[in-house]
Design a protein around this ligand. Sequence first.
Ligand code: TYM
Length: 347
Amino acid sequence: MTPFPERVFSGMQPTGNLHLGNYLGAMINWVKMQATHECIYCVVDLHAITIKHDPATLVGDIRELTAAYLACGLDPQKSIIFNQSQVSQHAELAWIFNCIARLGWLNRMTQFKEKAGKDREKASTGLFVYPNLMAADILAYKATHVPVGEDQKQHLELSRDIAQKFNNDFAASIADHGYGEAYFPLPEPMITGPATRVMSLRDGQAKMSKSDASDNSRINMTDDADAIAQKFRKARTDPEPLPSEPGGLEERPEADNLVGIYAALAGTSKESVLKEFGGAQFSVFKPALSELAVEKLAPIGAEMRRLQADASYIDAVLGDGAERASALARPVLDGAKDVLGLLRTRK
Ligand code: TYM
């Protein structure tokens, strides 16, 4: 296939309760990728309205998530940081992809099944085509790498299928317009690190999630030191001491989760955490984990609060990012229209 220059895209929904899973599964990798790649990071507000939302709080949630991006170390000078609804190409390309993706593909999406629940008929059609908008987010920039947590894998596969089908169905037109063998790259999911699926602190079988009714199930990025310590103290575990090697974590989901969290926060591997803590009881490990989490998260929470007090600064970052993002997305969408045979006025 035609080689595409490497470009990173990822996004998060501004739905409140940003938690340790979002941070360790995705954000920590986003920050690192800035050193080696051109990166585009989006606050996906159009995805947030696929389920019931409150207009009175959404704008605050958009600013809060942007503040979190910046507080975690995303640099608006280096990377493009913006909110999705300000760049109309996302929604336009999503429409095109609605006409590429097949019903059968979307019917297989487990996240739709989970979110729609039993009352599927009452789910918005936006929730059903959510993955098509996600593909548009990525492919509007011909992004090649997408750092996400494990739960987004299926959506990323669908993005690849959409890109592939567009490339196949319109191969002749793509070649005629001088785009070579493929118009879109097949974006690679990057699911890396020791905490790609952070689990609930109350249930080792359930993902840590912003929608869990129990606040004790997750560490929020804005939790203070006391809340963090208390949640880890209460976290469910088994009675055994920690093993000295990762193999010993099999069949011990709660222990595995806490060791993974420690490793990701410390920037190391589960193996090296167990070299240090192998044989230790949770009464020793949990306070060490709390201390590490407070050390890493407290400065982020404080910086988030500082930034959130300055809404005009946040809005300026998003406005500037939206302009830079549009400048990249516009020619990609125009090219896709040409390939499809749509008529557009050339400037
Ligand atoms: P969202 O907002 O649910 O989650 C944002 C990111 O956090 C990761 N994540 C987790 N990682 C590990 N453990 C967990 N418990 C955990 N919970 C969440 C998610 O995998 C994700 O990387 N559909 C996406 C947003 C999106 C997007 C995109 C992502 C829209 N367009 C384009 C990449 C590219 C979502 O709902 O993420």
